[in-house]
Design a protein around this ligand. Structure first.
Ligand code: GLU
Length: 462
């Protein structure tokens, strides 16, 4: 059974890069009928925050990424780590090192001066003398000093690390007894039965060390997939400026979870030229062998495009619900269907949809001077008066087409183009040029409100 995991450190918010590997891991587990588990790597007591853990869980809930089984918290597993450290000590695969910070620093300086790689020199590896007094030892693992460590990476292919170039007997437990990162990740992955690890390629350099730990403990090494980073349009690592850092900010900006997931899956993975993927399709089609070998590019326009697609395809009753978060309550508005049908075709985000709706529902409190100048030329006022008279005389105005006929009548009678009435009418109703069809706007606000807005504008602009 395939068991994957997401193992965030709760030191900051969950960002796009983390979430993407979480999604890949989730999809791969689901596709294989396996398990996707969540492990919170909260060992860094100084930098952890409960808030960040909650932010991760919230983001998962928002996106519908449900982890299987209980969440594992590393902070609760000290006894387990200690057990395995003791085991390695007992088996002679790890040892106590009494080197002081000063000694280590001196060694480092000497190596650098000799143009050597700075690394621990193994001086306590076979030590059986009397330990120096007053020094709390660290525990180091016996790492191979020669030969190669080969990672058969599912994305990168065979990656060969020469032990001599990258390893030393690295620390697995600090002087205070706390285990180190590469040690706990390995113990947990092994004990949790994780057999496929999909993570960012910023972790590739940790992998040979983790393999050393797997082998020392006699655990099977999982299959690794190191996913290339996400870059901005300039080809640099994603920074705060390129988009929101916290995934939940996307929710606040009015992105739909479906759009977010679809956007994420395409960051570094593709299936032919297909762009739109439902969750079901993602699960069916995702395969880490199709993860791109080069960095993916974060592109806001793409996210907007996807979001527009999903907004368009969201049923109106669901949109009504979602728009509550954007300060728009349409629940009992009798023209909500007309309004949403018109706006969901145009909005890139829920926030934008809400703003566009408010621009229609609320009478303008100012008139764009440029628009006014452009629209109120020649006999604009007379045309508006004619329209208003027809409006007042008309009965049974309900649908956009009813209002459209009214406009048509004026156009025909006066032998003018649509713009001649459309532009000044737009200013009256919306305060500016542009926006959705006027027939739609009038059908939404109704006859009385249309009349009022024309009068109000004529007064204000007289
Ligand atoms: N906790 C690590 C991080 O947040 C990830 C560990 C891993 O995926 O192996 O970067």
């Amino acid at each position: 059974m395939v068991v994957t995991r997401f193992a965030p450190s709760p030191t900051g918010y969950l960002h796009i890069g983390g979430l993407r590997t979480a999604l890949f891991s989730y999809l791969w587990a689901k596709k294989n009928g396996g398990k996707f588990v969540l492990r919170i790597e909260d060992t860094d007591k100084a930098r952890n925050s409960e808030e960040a853990t909650q932010a991760i869980l919230k983001a998962f809930a928002w996106l519908g990424l449900e982890a299987d089984g209980a969440i594992t918290y590393q902070s609760q597993r000290d006894a387990i780590y200690k057990k395995y450290i003791d085991q390695l000590l007992k088996e002679g695969k790890a040892y106590k090192c009494y080197m002081s910070k000063e000694e280590l620093e001196a060694l480092r300086e000497e190596q650098i001066a000799n143009k050597q790689r700075a690394k621990y020199d193994g001086r306590y590896r076979d030590f059986d003398g009397t330990p120096p007094a007053g020094v709390e030892p660290v525990i180091r693992i016996k790492a191979p000093t020669s030969g190669a460590i080969v990672v058969n990476d599912g994305v990168k292919g065979e990656v060969v690390f020469q032990a001599e170039d990258i390893l030393d007997d690295f620390i697995i437990a600090r002087a205070d007894g706390s285990p180190t990162y590469n040690f706990v990740v390995t113990v947990d992955d092994a004990l949790m039965g994780i057999n496929e690890v999909i993570r960012g390629d910023d972790h590739l350099s940790n992998t040979p060390k983790q393999i050393v730990v797997y082998e020392a403990l006699g655990f099977d090494v999982p299959k690794f997939y190191h996913v290339p980073m996400i870059h901005n349009q300039q080809g640099k690592k994603l920074s705060k400026r390129d988009g929101a850092t916290d995934v939940m900010e996307y929710k606040a900006m009015g992105y739909l979870p479906e759009a977010m997931l679809n956007f994420l899956v395409r960051l570094g993975w593709s299936h032919g030229v297909q762009e739109i993927f439902s969750m079901q399709e993602m699960i069916e089609l995702f395969d880490p062998k199709d993860i791109n070998k080069s960095a993916s590019i974060y592109n806001t326009e793409k996210l907007d495009w996807l979001n527009a697609h999903y907004i368009k395809n969201t049923p109106n009753d669901q949109l009504v619900e979602l728009l509550h978060n954007f300060d728009l309550v349409l629940t009992s508005h009798d023209k909500k269907e007309v309004l949403l049908d018109a706006l969901k075709e145009r909005a890139k985000t829920l926030k934008e949809l809400s703003e566009m709706a408010k621009e229609i529902l609320n009478a303008p409190n100012e008139y764009d001077p440029k628009g006014v100048k452009k629209a109120f030329k020649g006999d604009a006022i007379e045309i508006l008066e004619t329209f208003k008279a027809k409006l007042q005389a008309a009965n049974n105005l309900h649908l956009p087409t009813d209002y459209h006929h009214l406009i048509e009548e004026v156009v025909n009678e006066k032998e003018i183009g649509f713009g001649k009435i459309g532009q000044p009418l737009r200013i009256c109703l919306l305060g500016k040029l542009g926006g959705p069809g006027l027939d739609v706007v009038m059908a939404i606000i109704g006859k009385e409100e249309t009349r009022k807005r024309i009068e109000q504008a004529l007064k204000a602009l007289a």
